[in-house]
Design a protein around this ligand. Structure first.
Ligand SMILES: [Cu+2]
Length: 160
């Protein structure tokens, strides 16, 4: 009986050590980490975020910006209940960094059929890079309930 208990103790310890090694491997060898402090938009409590965004780069100029041949920054503002811009046109093969934020409440930013899936938190800048190698029309959706007309909050990414 004692040997039976001892083997379970050893097996539990081995599982614990294996998990810690897997964690250490993912952190140090693969460089995976928890989302850190994001880029913030400087806005004090007495300022309206919507007005601050209008004069804060890059959100003072939302849209598609080519930064290098084939590379784009797409700056998007999520607001109840739309995206600005809501019609994003890109060439096939474009490597795109989406930089997005919200001007009011928490929204989602998901491009169906890609791995672009972010939360848009007021005052924080979310970013994600994706390469559009296939032409098509991709649906852009808010996937975070943001009020009465949440279901109408959508857009499209046209790749041609
Ligand atoms: Cu929504």
């Amino acid at each position: 009986m004692e040997a039976y208990e001892k083997s379970f103790l050893v097996a539990s310890g081995a599982v614990l050590v294996a998990f810690l090694l897997a964690l250490a491997y993912s952190v140090f060898a693969m460089g995976i980490s928890m989302p850190g402090r994001m880029e913030m938009i400087a806005c004090t409590a007495d300022q309206k975020l919507r007005k601050v965004l209008r004069v804060t780069p890059p959100f003072d100029n939302p849209g598609v910006h080519e930064t290098a041949p084939g590379k784009f920054d797409v700056v998007v503002i999520g607001q109840t209940w739309s995206f600005a811009p809501d019609n994003i046109e890109l060439p096939v093969g474009a490597e795109v960094t989406f930089r997005a934020t919200s001007s009011d409440v928490i929204h989602g930013f998901m491009i169906v059929g890609t791995n672009v899936n972010m939360m848009l938190v007021p005052g924080e800048v979310s970013s994600e890079t994706y390469k559009f190698s296939r032409p098509g029309e991709y649906l852009l959706l808010c996937h975070e309930y943001c009020g009465r007309l949440h279901h109408t909050m959508s857009g499209k990414v046209v790749v041609k």
